[in-house]
Write a protein that binds this ligand. Structure first.
Ligand SMILES: *Cc1c(COP(=O)(O)O)cnc(C)c1O
Length: 461
C-alpha cells in the first residue's frame, strides 16, 4: 500500500484509452518512432510533462464561471493581483499567456548584445530568450559529479558565481536568475541559504536577482523536508522568504499555478514594470489580461492559493518518492533524491549496450510505449545532442535520461503502479532492446518533429 493518500476525491472523470499491442505498434511506426508525434488518444498514461496538464479543483472551475471578461481592469485581474501580491510580496503584477512570454519580455528589457545572464541553470526557453536578446547565458549548477545524493542539488555554485562577478567579465553580468526548482537539473530544490548568499553577492555587485519561479511551492516544500528545524514552518512562509530575497520573478503558471495555461511577471521596480507593460502590449494584449481570458486569471488565482497547502504538497512529494521507489524495484536506475515534478531514469546505464549515437533514452521511452502505452520524455542525445562544428559525428548528450513527469492531481497510485509494472516488463528485456537512427530532423528543437527508424539487433551487425 502506498504510504500516502490522494488528498482529494474525484468528481469529474475522463476515460483513458487502452490501445492494443497492434495499435501501439502501428501508432509508433506512423509517428516515426517519436513519442511527441503520437496522438493523445493512443496513450494510456501520459507522463510527457507536468506543464499545463493539471486537474483543476471544484473551486477553480467554479471561479472560472465568475470570470470577468472586461478588456481593461477586469475584476478577475484584481483578484489575481491580490493573490500574487499576498503570496510573493511584489507590487507590480503582470499576467502573460505562459512562462516564455514573461521571459522574453523581461529579458529583452534587461539584456543586450555582450551582456551576461547567470543562473543555477537556465531552462531551455529562458536560454533562448537570453540569446535572442544577443546576450550570453552562463549556467553555474553545483557540481553534479558528487557520488552522494545532495539535498539541494538545485543550488547555484557560489564559488563560481563569486569568480564570475569579481572576474574580467563581471561588469557584463546584468542579472542573476535562480530557477526554483532547478528544472533542467532534475527538479532539485534551491536552499534558502543559497539564495541569501546570492542576494548578498548581487548587492555587492549592483546586479538584480530574479527567480524563474515555475515550481516555487514544490521548492518550498522540499526545503522544509530537507532542512533541520523547519518542520513548524509552512510552505507559504518558506516561499515568501525566498521571494523576499529577490527583486522579482517570472513564472510559468502551467506548473505551480495548477492550471492549464498562464504565466506572470512580478516585480518591485515600478519603472522596469512600466517598460515590461509597454513591451507586453506588442505581443500579449492589454496589461490587465496579458493574453489570458478573465476566467483563466480566476483559475490561476485559486490555483495559487491551493498549491501551497501542506497536505497537497506532502502528497505531491510523497507520491513522487513512492513512484521512484517502485521504478527502482522494477529494475530501472533511478536518479536520487527524487524531486516533486518528475522521476528521472538513467537509460544509458540500463541500456549500456546501445551507444549514445543510437539514442538509448529514446529506445527506453519507445519500449515503455510499446509495452503499455505509457508516454515519457527522452532527455538524452535526441534532445541535447549537437552536430559537431568540426563536421565529425554528432556530440552526444552528457547523460541519457528519461523523465517520468507527474501531472498535478491527475493520476492515482493505481496508475503509477501500472506504469511501474510496464517498466518491469521493459527492464526484464533490456538486453534485447535496440537503438535508433534519425532519418529526418530539422532545427534546434529536433526532438519535436524528428522521424527515426529502429536499428537491426546488434548481434546481427
Ligand atoms: C515551463 C518552464 C518555463 C517556460 O514556461 P512555458 O509556460 O512552457 O512557456 C520556464 N522556466 C521553467 C523553469 C519552466 O519549468
Amino acid at each position: 500500500m502506498p504510504p500516502f493518500m490522494e488528498p482529494f476525491r474525484i468528481k469529474s472523470v475522463e476515460p483513458i484509452p487502452f490501445p492494443t499491442v497492434g495499435q501501439r505498434k502501428a501508432a509508433l511506426d506512423a509517428a516515426g518512432y517519436n513519442l511527441f508525434r503520437i496522438p493523445a488518444r493512443a496513450i494510456t498514461i501520459d507522463l510527457l510533462t507536468d506543464s499545463g496538464t493539471s486537474a483543476m479543483s471544484a473551486a477553480q472551475w467554479s471561479a472560472m464561471l465568475s470570470g470577468d471578461e472586461s478588456y481593461a481592469g477586469a475584476r478577475s485581474f484584481e483578484r489575481f493581483e491580490t493573490v500574487v501580491r499576498d503570496l510573493m510580496g511584489y507590487r507590480e503584477v503582470i499576467p502573460v499567456h505562459q512562462g516564455r512570454a514573461a521571459e522574453r519580455i523581461v529579458l529583452h528589457e534587461l539584456l543586450g548584445p555582450g551582456d551576461i545572464s547567470v543562473s543555477n541553470t537556465h531552462f531551455d526557453s529562458t536560454r533562448a530568450s537570453v540569446e535572442a536578446a544577443g546576450a550570453q547565458a552562463v549556467d553555474l549548477p553545483i557540481a553534479a559529479a558528487a557520488a552522494t545524493p545532495m539535498p539541494f542539488g538545485g543550488d547555484i555554485d557560489l564559488d563560481a558565481l563569486v569568480a564570475l562577478l569579481g572576474g574580467e567579465s563581471g561588469d557584463r553580468v546584468r542579472c542573476v536568475v535562480l530557477t526554483i526548482t532547478n528544472n533542467a537539473n532534475g527538479g532539485q530544490p534551491v536552499s534558502v541559504g543559497n539564495v541569501s548568499v546570492v542576494r548578498r553577492l548581487c548587492d555587492q555587485h549592483g546586479v538584480p536577482l530574479f527567480l524563474d519561479a515555475a515550481r516555487f511551492a514544490e521548492n518550498a516544500y522540499l526545503v522544509i523536508t530537507r532542512s533541520a528545524g523547519l518542520s513548524d514552518t509552512t510552505p507559504k512562509e518558506i516561499a515568501r522568504a525566498i521571494f523576499d530575497l529577490a527583486d522579482g520573478c517570472w513564472a510559468s503558471l502551467k506548473k505551480d499555478g495548477i492550471a492549464n495555461i498562464g504565466g506572470l511577471i512580478a516585480l518591485r521596480d515600478e519603472e522596469l514594470a512600466a517598460r515590461c507593460r509597454g513591451r507586453l502590449i506588442e505581443t500579449e494584449g492589454y496589461p490587465t489580461y496579458g493574453g489570458l481570458a478573465g476566467r483563466d486569471l480566476e483559475a490561476l488565482a485559486q490555483g495559487l492559493l491551493e498549491v501551497t497547502e501542506p497536505e497537497y504538497l506532502r502528497y505531491r512529494a510523497e507520491s513522487a518518492q513512492w513512484f521512484a521507489d517502485l521504478l527502482e524495484r522494477a529494475g530501472l536506475p533511478v536518479l536520487r533524491p527524487a524531486g516533486c515534478h518528475a522521476v528521472y531514469v538513467d537509460a544509458g546505464q540500463l541500456l549500456d549496450h546501445i551507444p549514445a549515437a543510437e539514442l538509448p533514452a529514446t529506445a527506453l521511452a519507445n519500449e515503455l510505449y510499446l509495452a503499455g502505452a505509457v508516454r515519457v520524455t527522452e532527455l538524452g542525445t535526441l534532445v541535447f545532442g549537437r552536430p559537431d562544428p568540426a563536421g565529425g559525428a554528432d556530440i552526444p548528450a552528457p547523460r541519457e535520461l528519461v523523465r517520468f513527469a507527474l501531472p498535478r492531481r491527475v493520476y492515482t497510485a493505481n496508475h503509477l503502479q501500472y506504469v511501474a509494472e510496464v517498466a518491469e516488463l521493459v527492464a526484464a528485456k533490456a538486453a534485447d532492446i535496440r537503438g535508433y537512427r534519425i532519418v529526418e530532423q530539422s532545427g534546434a528543437m529536433r526532438q519535436f518533429t524528428a522521424r527515426l527508424a529502429p536499428l537491426a539487433a546488434r548481434a546481427n551487425r
